[in-house]
Design a protein around this ligand. Structure first.
Ligand SMILES: NC(=O)c1ccc[n+]([C@@H]2O[C@H](COP(=O)([O-])OP(=O)(O)OC[C@H]3O[C@@H](n4cnc5c(N)ncnc54)[C@H](O)[C@@H]3O)[C@@H](O)[C@H]2O)c1
Length: 119
């Protein structure tokens, strides 16, 4: 399953490379580390796409970021599960990324030792 911000289309700024603009995919961007990384990237004028399945993340954090940086081509949110290969392929086909920062995780200390393969 994949849902994305309404701005995304074949002509969306996220789908093209623009000179001087670095587009970063932040996985887990609705989470603690990912949302703070996104804030920093946006403050430094990066273009950011967040992909998150909201299993743990907070859509409120994404909304705050969208309100802080409402201009077209700054931030898009894509609701998708990184375990879904079809969704991941579609995301990479429809967007032009320069870098990926991977924070999506099921990584609380307890579960990471009790069930290290949990997805
Ligand atoms: N929080 C810390 O202090 C800390 C310190 C060092 C390293 N880290 C590492 O940073 C990473 C992120 O940690 P965090 O504290 O931000 O965790 P978090 O739970 O707040 O964020 C993880 C995000 O990943 C998303 N997610 C999980 N599985 C997904 C999937 N299959 N598809 C899409 N999205 C998915 C969740 O919805 C959540 O928004 C982890 O690898 C963690 O080990 C965290």
């Amino acid at each position: 399953m994949i849902k994305q911000s309404p701005s995304l289309s074949s002509t969306s700024p996220f789908a093209i490379r623009e000179p001087g603009v670095t587009h970063v995919l932040v996985t887990g961007g609705a989470g603690y580390i990912g949302s703070h990384a996104t804030l920093r990237l946006l403050k430094e004028n990066y273009r950011v796409t967040i992909v998150d399945n909201l299993s743990r993340g907070n859509m409120g954090a994404v909304r705050v970021l969208q309100n802080l940086f409402p201009e077209p081509g700054r931030l898009q949110f894509i609701y998708a599960d990184l375990g879904d290969q079809t969704s991941v392929n579609k995301i990479f086909l429809e967007n032009k990324f320069d870098a990926v920062m991977h924070f999506a995780a099921v990584a609380y200390v307890g579960e990471s030792t009790e069930d290290p393969l949990k997805q």
